[in-house]
Design a protein around this ligand. Structure first.
Ligand SMILES: NC(=O)c1ccc[n+]([C@@H]2O[C@H](COP(=O)([O-])OP(=O)(O)OC[C@H]3O[C@@H](n4cnc5c(N)ncnc54)[C@H](O)[C@@H]3O)[C@@H](O)[C@H]2O)c1
Length: 350
């Protein structure tokens, strides 16, 4: 029988934790039960601002809380596996932000832990829930552009906001892992997941931020499907002028193009007027204020879908199987960066 409410355990009260919480605004079944963040002042402020009943100083505290049904992992990459294993050990459902793991091996261990515990799992990839992306898929399904043949993504900003992204040893990678995780899943979503990704070819280098990271701050990846079709994903941590998120698919009978920066609103402002949008590089002059990022970037639709799927105990559209596939594609891309050759996506699943 479906649950009436879902107690949310929010692990991580930073940037994406707040987006995930906001994504629950229109989900009446969601109950803010418990949260965890490392910094006490931020954690308490998050709990107070968002109405969480309890704030814990450990991951274990949230996962063991009897009021928590569904754990949402909004923590740095290096803590995803630990958080998932803790949630699974306590028999809680678990949804995790991208990337599922730092490597395919970590993502496989995450999938293994939820499978062995028999708990519900969801992969939080907001891009494939974005209103424009979903419309693109509907048009493809209706035959509007014929058979999709190639896909291209450009995802970029001027660099991450928190130190954990920059330390390759703890984060697991640079701009490729951080940003192409979105593009890889968008390509799978638009091409259709019935055709597996067979191999990847990639270039990456530290072109601008050598003083902050040893990881690649710019990268280009090509992923090729079993049937020969291909997707190009071009990412950067050194692009000025706000968040870039362009996705294009070209088919035998047309093409579809979306651009996250082409907001319906353009403004020229002489004085700062507060938050304008993610990674906006300027506060004045010609700016592009995002009217409602949580909606337009897909977090609202994603969280509604996930909570409803969990409530009714049905598999969501995106699961840890998808997160694992993305990590395997990125692993192949990193191997290719080192070898200079196409590399197989080990264990590709159709
Ligand atoms: N669009 C998206 O889906 C999207 C966007 C941004 C980030 N993310 C993902 O979300 C995760 C968190 O990123 P963020 O931007 O929210 O980070 P953040 O630094 O803003 O927040 C991190 C949170 O984790 C907590 N934390 C616990 N242990 C920590 C540690 N050892 N080091 C740092 N923080 C620690 C912090 O207290 C904080 O609450 C990453 O895996 C990232 O890839 C996803």
């Amino acid at each position: 029988m479906a649950r009436e409410t879902v107690g949310i355990g929010m692990l991580g009260t930073g940037f994406i934790g707040q987006f995930h919480h906001q994504g629950l605004r229109h989900v009446p079944a969601a109950r803010a039960a418990a949260c965890y963040g490392r910094d006490a002042a931020r954690r308490e402020a998050f709990a107070t601002r968002n109405g969480y009943a309890r704030a814990y100083d450990t991951i274990e505290g949230v996962c063991a809380d009897p009021g928590v049904d569904l754990v949402i992992v909004s923590l740095p990459n290096e803590l995803h596996l630990e958080a998932i294993e803790t949630a699974a050990r306590h028999g809680k459902g678990v949804a995790c932000t991208k990337p599922l793991g730092r490597t395919g091996a970590e993502a496989a261990a995450a999938l293994d832990s939820v499978t062995r515990a028999g708990v519900w799992h969801g992969y939080l990839e907001n891009v494939v829930f974005g209103v424009e992306m979903v419309r693109m898929r509907e048009i493809i399904d209706a035959g509007g552009i014929g058979r999709p043949v190639t896909f291209r993504a450009r995802e970029a900003h001027s660099g991450p906001h928190a130190p954990h992204f920059w330390d390759r040893d703890t984060s697991g990678g640079g701009a490729l892992l951080d940003m192409a995780s979105h593009g890889a899943e968008a390509a799978r979503y638009l091409f259709g997941k019935d055709v597996a990704v067979r191999e990847a070819f990639a270039w990456g280098d530290t072109l601008v931020h050598g003083d902050r990271t040893t990881a690649e701050d710019n990268a280009i990846m090509i992923m090729r499907l079993e049937d020969g079709r291909a997707a190009t994903i071009d990412v950067s941590w050194s692009s000025k002028g706000g968040l870039e998120g362009r996705f294009e698919v070209s088919g035998t009978g047309g093409r579809l193009i979306s651009d996250m920066l082409s907001t319906p609103l353009r403004a020229f402002i002489e004085r700062p007027a507060g938050y304008l949008g993610e990674k906006a590089d300027t506060e004045t002059g010609w700016v592009f204020p995002a009217p409602d990022e949580t909606y337009s970037h897909g977090h609202d639709a994603m969280l509604s879908h996930m909570v409803e799927a969990f409530r009714t105990d049905t598999p969501p559209r995106e699961t840890f199987h998808d997160g694992l596939e993305v990590n395997r594609i990125l692993d192949a891309a990193y191997r290719s960066m080192r070898s200079g050759h196409w590399e197989q996506v080990h264990g590709a699943v159709a």
